[in-house]
Write a protein that binds this ligand. Structure first.
Ligand code: MN
Length: 502
């Protein structure tokens, strides 16, 4: 079972995505670590930048073999040769629709070009993967002719592409079984997700004898995207019990890197790598999870490099809230706990997203504790503008001592957050995992809501800041999250009696 990752070619064709060579290289290195067999690094003939990207990646000496896409022209193949890639994904349209309307050629001309181009590429030492474009809407006899011509000319592998994603799992199985019978060279599968079945169809093809899957990280790609590599991998590993050479524990980090560098967010409810894939709020669920995670998780978060998160909210059960409070060193009496629990539910019923910072504030209020906030903002300055590097400095009170931090950033928010991190870095290793911002009223003087997720060791918390100014709202959210993470009433004189029975 082999994987060809095409995040850097088909994935980069996602509207609005364009990667500079250095970022393509970073993704390629990560894919190599992940363990994919082939990386389609780009489309060398498209532009100078693309050629440069493929060349940069090809010369790294990665374990994965590097491929470039090309159309069926000598010009395109020459660009691949210049790039130093060891293989070529040669795209040959095979449906009449594509041949007539796009290429404005005849079936015979396409056959001839296939023969010439495969021979040329082979003669120059390239491994040739023949990608039949729109294969699933092609006349099967003609498709077979193109494939036979390619094999006779020396093609190494055949990949019928479901270019507009119209296969179903049943049709896929039938289609690939037929091809498998007709050809001896390895066959690959390349699916698009227009009907949400790219992964299901890829798995069906592999079951019917395909030996290689084309896929992209996060399912990136034109329109609804390509088959998502993380979903195919985990399906094969967990549901089909196959041994793969993929380091599954790197899947989440890879997804995050690609999301960051492409600017394409992963939907929260996406399988395997979505924000909520291992987050639980419902009380019935969390109670089960705390006694045995298998109750509501088909795979462990560790398998894909993640951790489980219990999120407070109106569906939360008492188990999750108790654990949250324990993490902050808070041990309310049974009566106090009931009151805290009740108020959290009320907040949720009002439609508010309950943050860990809210849980802390409610508990302090109910338990009559005067809030300890280990980190307090004393002063903040920032400068920014056009042709000025955004710079911020902060003075914080950290556990009763003054600390200072200064930093630059891509803008004032980034600079301010970096300055806070710099100020507390030595004492508290806290990282910012997620930052979301939205305007909650219209106009340029709108209230801005910033929600952050922060991590210290194994623990993550959420916090929010709402202000008219985005820098202040960001500061509020970040400091609030940091305070939840650093608050530990165990080290203070806690007046409340320790709780005795659960
Ligand atoms: Mn494609």
């Amino acid at each position: 079972m082999k994987f060809l990752d095409t995040t850097l070619r088909d994935g980069e064709q996602t509207p609005g995505v364009s990667l500079v060579p250095e970022n393509k290289l970073r993704i390629a290195q990560r894919l190599d670590e992940l363990g994919v067999d082939f990386i389609e690094a780009g489309f060398a003939a498209v532009s100078e930048g693309e050629l440069e990207s493929v060349r940069l990646i090809a010369k790294q000496g990665l374990r994965a073999q590097i491929y470039s896409a090309a159309r069926g022209t000598i010009n395109d193949i020459d660009a691949v040769l210049k790039s130093g890639a060891s293989g070529i994904c040669m795209i040959i349209p095979t449906s009449d629709l594509h041949i007539e309307c796009k290429l404005r050629k005849t079936r015979e001309q396409v056959l001839k070009a296939t023969e010439e181009c495969v021979q040329y590429a082979k003669a120059h030492g390239l491994t040739v993967e023949l990608l039949a474009e729109d294969a699933t809407r092609s006349d099967f006899n003609y498709l077979s002719k193109v494939f036979q011509t390619a094999v006779n000319a020396g093609a190494d592998r055949l990949v019928p592409c479901d270019t507009v994603g119209i296969l179903t799992p049943e049709r896929t199985a039938e289609f690939f079984s037929k091809l498998k019978e007709a050809f001896d060279v390895p066959i690959g599968v390349h699916c698009h997700n227009d009907f949400g079945m790219a992964v299901a169809n890829s798995v069906a093809a592999l079951g019917a004898g395909a030996q290689e899957a084309h896929a992209t990280v996060n399912g990136l790609g034109e329109r609804a995207g390509n088959a998502a590599i993380e979903e195919i991998v985990i399906t094969l590993r967990s549901l089909y019990k196959l041994d793969l050479n993929i380091k599954t524990e790197l899947l989440y980090g890879t997804s995050q890197l690609v999301s960051r560098l492409t600017g394409i967010h992963v939907q929260p409810n996406k399988a395997v790598v979505g924000e909520n894939a291992f987050t639980h709020e419902s009380g019935i669920h969390t109670q089960g999870l705390l006694s045995n995670p298998l109750t509501y998780e088909p795979i462990t978060p560790e398998l894909v490099g993640r951790t489980r998160r219990l999120s407070p909210g109106k569906h939360s059960g008492s188990h999750a809230i108790r654990q949250d409070l324990q993490n902050m060193g808070l041990m309310p009496t049974e009566e106090q706990f009931k009151e805290i629990f009740q108020r959290i539910k009320e907040l949720g019923d009002k439609g508010k997203t309950v943050m860990d910072a809210d849980v802390l504030a409610i508990a302090e209020n109910v338990m009559g504790l005067s809030p300890i906030r280990p980190i307090q903002l004393q002063e903040m300055t920032f400068v920014g503008g056009d042709k000025v590097t955004a710079t911020a400095s902060v003075k914080l009170r950290l556990n009763g001592k003054d600390v200072w931090g200064a930093a630059v950033g891509v803008g004032p928010v980034d600079a301010a957050i970096n300055a806070v991190k710099a100020a507390i870095a030595e004492v508290e290793p806290i990282t910012l995992e997620q930052y979301n911002v939205k305007a909650i009223t219209g106009g340029t003087d709108a209230m801005v809501e910033v929600v952050v997720r922060m991590r210290k060791g194994n623990r993550t918390v959420t916090a929010m800041g709402v202000r008219e100014d985005i820098v202040k709202a960001s500061m509020e959210a970040v400091l609030s999250g940091m305070n939840v993470l650093t608050t530990d009433y165990n080290h203070k004189n806690q007046k409340a009696k320790p709780q005795t029975s659960p």
